[in-house]
Design a protein around this ligand. Sequence first.
Ligand code: NAD
Length: 292
Amino acid sequence: MILLDGKKTANDIKEEIAIEVVNLLSDGGKKPHLAAILVGNDGASETYVNAKVKACEKVGFDSTLVRFNIDVSEDKLLAEIEKINRNSSIDGLIVQLPLPKHINEMKVTEAILPEKDVDGFHPANIGRMALNLPTYLPATPAGILELLQRYEVETLGKHCVVIGRSHIVGSPMSILMARNNYPGNCTVTLTHSRTKNLNEITKTADILIVALGKAEFVTTDMVKQGVTIIDVGITRVKSDKTKSGWKLLGDVDFEDVKNKCSYITPVPGGVGPMTIAILLKNTLLSAKRVIY
Ligand code: NAD
């Protein structure tokens, strides 16, 4: 079994980006600049945004964090997005999800200029992805592609089973793994909560990508010998063994399945760090005007 080490790979990518920033500056360019909007003070969202801001510092980007109270109006949020859209010194804008119920997430996503949508969630960018045109790929699926590529995992002609059909992970992942490029060229089965006989399907997977948000859902009886498993899930559970009082669990029972795997991502230290590295990569692409 080979561990797909997302923490190490993400650090490699960050080092590569930091070198590019130095080169940009020495060529007379400016620092890439990422803006993030956080609404409310949900613990997990706060952790993710802080990690993104810290990652910007690490690679030499500028960052701006705009915070709103949980009861901010949709109009006020949209006005801030418009202001950042017009600010030519800002290359990328992300709005941390989920948003409170009174705010329409799709309206907010669509308000971000596609040119600054470094999360890759705007319908225009999703469409470009589906057509295999240059775009900002959604960070989590793109991070998974990068891991497969850097570990040279064979994908051509393989059966890739994706569990979960969310707009940010499962659905784009299924499109990307079926593309006519490496990593891709898979025969893809997208499964979800209404799928019948899930175990029969997962047992035929050469590559299993799991993103359903249920801790330790995938067990050894669901997979075949030699499978590659990508575990996207993050569930915070209470723990008396950690200083914080919390620990993170994936959607895969790692200890149960690991001996059957050719490759597997751990949680934490697998897909999570890759997501942030790709966000930085997309922001750099925006600063260099590579896509638009
Ligand atoms: P979501 O919560 O929006 O959707 C879950 C999906 O799983 C749905 O499509 C549903 O149909 C499917 N599902 C639910 N129960 C199922 C079952 N029993 N069998 C088959 N399918 C089932 O999903 P999401 O936003 O993609 O998040 C999934 C997990 O990934 C969560 O734990 C989330 O925290 C994590 N996540 C991690 C990262 C990262 O950077 N590592 C990024 C995004 C999401």
